[in-house]
Ligand binder design. Sequence first.
Ligand SMILES: [Zn+2]
Length: 369
Amino acid sequence: MTIYLFKTRLVFFFCLVALWFFNNTKLQAQQDMVFKTVVIDAGHGGKDPGAIGKQAKEKDIVLNVALKLGGYIKENMPAVNVIYTRTNDVFVPLNKRAEIANKNKADLFISIHANAISTPKIYGAETFVLGLHRTKENLEVAKLENSVIVLEEDYTTTYEGFDPNSAESYIIFELMQNIHIDQSIYMASLVQKQFKERVGRRDRGVKQAGFLVLRQATMPSVLVELGFLTNNTEEKFIASERGQTYMASAIFRAVRDYKNEFDAKSKLTKVVEKNESSIVDSVNYRIQVASSKKKIQEGTMVYALFDDIWMFQEGERFKYTTCCTNSYSEIISSLTEVRQKVGDAFVIAFQGNERISIADARKIQNKQK
Ligand SMILES: [Zn+2]
C-alpha cells in the first residue's frame, strides 16, 4: 500500500515538473517572438566626420537624431531594449557596429546617416536596405559610406580585401543572400512614409546598395539618409534642433508600426503608447501653385515649372504645391520667387498631413519654441 502511494506521488510529482517545463518553454517561445531589442547606429564619429556641410557635420547630426530616437522608444515603449553603437563622439569601426547588433540579438538595426553630393540642387530623404545597387547613384552612396573603412587600422584584413572605391568589389553583394530583405524593405518603406507624410520631406524612396555596415547584421536592417548636407535648405533643416526632433519622431513612428506588425504576427496584442503627445507632428508650409478637378500629368504644366511638386487631394480637387519648409520666414521669401512663375500662388500650412490655417500653424510653432 505504501509503495503504491509512493508511486502515485511520484507520478504526480513528475506530472508537475513536466507541466512546469512545458509552460516555461511555451513562455520562452512566446518571448522570442516579441519585438524586444532595437540597435540604433549613429554613423561615423570621432576622427571620421562623415559628410561635411557649410555649418554642420554628419557625425553630430546623426548622433543627435539617434539619441532622440532612442529616447522616444524608451519613453513610449519601455519594454523595448534600446542599444546604441555610440552615444558620444567616438570612432567605431563598421564591422563592430553590426557585431553589437548581433551580440545583443537585436530584432532591428537602424543605421542613421546624412548624404552629400556634388550637385547642390539635389535634396530629399532616402532609406536603403542591403542589396545590389540598381543605379550608379545608389552605388555612389554606398561607396561614400563604405569609404570610412580606410580610417580603420588593418582594414584590408578585416574586410578581406574589399576596396570601397572599386565597383568590382561590390559584386559580392550580388552573390549574397539577404534573408531579411522583405522585412528590411517593409521597415524602410515605413520610414519613408513618415518622412514624406508627417515631416513633408522630399521622398527619394527605398533603395538598395552594398553597405558594409549592414552586411554582417543578422536581422532586418536599414540605413537611413536623412538628407543632403550639400543642399543649403536641407542642411539648415537637419542641422536644426527642430528638424532633428521631426526626423527622430518620424523614425520612432516607423519603429512603432514595425513592432506592432511584428508582434501582431506573433498573435500578441498591440502595445499602446503611454505618452504619444510628446511626439511632435511637424508643421509645414507649402506654396499652392495650381488646383484642378482633373489630375495634371507629370512633366506638364506646374510640373514643368517646378522640380518639387507635391500633390494632395482636397474634396474633389487636386492641389499642387511646391517649396516645403517649416520656417514661415523662409516660405514668405520663396513666395516672391514662385510668384514670378505663378502670379496667384499662395502659402498654405499643414500639421503632419492635415491641412491647417496659417494662423494655427504659427500658434503651434510659437508654443513649440
Ligand atoms: Zn554616413
